[in-house]
Design a protein around this ligand. Structure first.
Ligand SMILES: [Zn+2]
Length: 441
């Protein structure tokens, strides 16, 4: 087996790994993400590139240089595997040749469909083959098994890829402190055996772990803020972060507050209901759906029936204004939110919670906007990624032949944490298994 990380050896975002089988030279690609940073680490702006043809995107190194993967070439890559529905793992999927199958979980497929409607990600859903958890599929000389993991994206998986007697474990993004932490505990108790190489994410290395260790801690802290007012609480979070939505919903219910979501969030929840009956829906207790013409138009363009799906829970701004009692808004930091603020009546005792990675706040004027309405902003968040102790736990359980860092700005730190670390550069090929000494010059 030969492994090439095209992007991700020294950065977070734009993950892309190419795996070649020693048996028949067949190749598969794991994840094809949108970069998050440019070469100088400034934020990556897709708008600068979106009109470019594939050849230019390759020349600009936005598209990873994988031959036989893109629509303008003869398709020679056997399959693309997508670990989860975060843009930095699948955001470049639209460029894949339409004859190459794309394998992912049901939840990932659902979220790609939603993003196609609302975010213009334009991935081709017809290529998608839905994987069943823990069930191996054969793709040419490869055997691929998806393992459901605990992450901020629902239905995220790690992949075990086997070919020619060599076994690769691709961690994808994961953690051990979310609402599905039992998955991580099970992996430690019953680890995959005989792993030759662990491709391990290291997002949290170099980042502070924050004040809240688990989703339960987040739920309790959000509840504390909600019950400190008889008015509105605005919670800024991603609608696709299902664990967080559940935490905030549970906190709202515990305070008997109305839980207000927008049409986009209602649609996300509706599309995900197939993966679990525990996912809150628009018709659940206290949930109300605020329609906006922007989201309504997007949904109507697909099928007008979608607009009637949530009618029973629909609420308008006048009704919200006259509502007495607590209301929790699960919202995003966008221009609609700013407009809505002007129509909600008194914000005198309103509260605001930022429940995303605080790094995003630096690029937003949200705090100024809230301040102009007399509100402060409390950060209540726990990461979607594994903390150092979880990384150590996984490596100790799997005891892999080598550990290859990726999805990190600090690959060097792996050396002080683990033996048998092989650090690569983007585009550098590694032959597996590595020699028994486990090191490589
Ligand atoms: Zn992720």
């Amino acid at each position: 087996m030969k492994l090439t990380i095209h992007r991700g050896t020294h950065e977070i975002g734009g993950s892309c790994v190419e795996v070649r089988s020693g048996l028949d030279d067949a190749r598969i690609v794991i994840d094809l993400g949108m970069p998050l940073v440019q070469a100088d680490r400034s934020p990556f702006e897709w708008r600068r590139y979106e009109q470019m043809p594939v050849e230019d995107l390759l020349a600009e190194r936005v598209l990873p240089p994988v031959s036989g993967l893109y629509a303008h070439e003869e398709p020679t890559v056997r399959a693309v595997l997508i670990s989860h529905a975060h843009q930095d793992h699948y955001g470049l999927l639209r460029f894949v040749h339409p004859e190459i199958p794309v394998y992912c979980s049901a939840g990932t497929r659902a979220l790609i469909e939603v993003s196609n409607i609302f975010l213009n990600t334009a991935a081709d859903l017809r290529q998608i083959e839905v994987l069943s958890m823990w069930k191996a599929v054969t793709i040419g000389a490869f055997r691929v098994t998806p393992y459901l993991v605990d992450h901020s994206a629902p239905d995220a998986v790690a992949f075990v890829v086997e070919t020619g007697g060599t076994k690769l474990f691709y961690s994808g993004d994961f953690r051990g402190h979310g609402r599905k932490k039992i998955l991580f505990e099970r992996m430690l108790e019953h680890p995959v055996q005989d792993v030759d190489c662990l491709l391990l994410e290291g997002t949290m290395l170099g980042r502070p772990e924050g004040d809240y260790q688990t989703e339960e801690d987040v739920e309790d802290a959000v509840k504390g803020v909600i019950e400190s007012t008889d008015s509105y609480t605005f919670v800024f979070a991603s609608s696709q972060n299902l664990d967080r939505l559940v935490s905030v919903y549970r906190a709202a219910i515990r305070c008997d507050a109305m839980f207000v979501i927008d049409l986009y969030t209602a649609f996300v929840l509706d599309r995900l209901k197939g993966i679990s009956s525990n996912i809150p829906q628009a018709n659940w207790r206290n949930v109300r759906v605020l329609y906006t013409s922007y989201h309504a138009n997007k949904l109507a363009a697909v099928d007008r029936k979608h607009l009637f799906r949530f009618k029973g829970s629909k609420i308008g701004l006048p009704e919200l204004r006259s509502h007495t009692g607590r209301a929790v808004f699960f919202y995003r930091d966008n221009s609609y939110f700013r407009r809505m603020l002007r129509h909600l009546g008194s914000l005198e005792s309103a509260r605001a919670i930022y429940s995303m990675w605080p790094g995003y706040l630096e690029r937003s004027d949200l705090e100024d906007v809230l301040r102009s309405h007399g509100m402060g902003l409390t950060i209540i968040h726990t990461s979607g990624h594994a903390v150092e102790s979880d990384l150590k736990g996984l490596v100790s359980a799997l005891d892999p032949g080598c550990v290859v860092p990726m999805h990190t700005f600090h690959p060097d730190r792996f050396r002080s944490m683990f033996k048998n670390v092989v650090t690569l550069d983007d585009g550098e090929m590694l032959s597996l298994p590595v020699s028994t000494s486990g090191t490589r010059e």
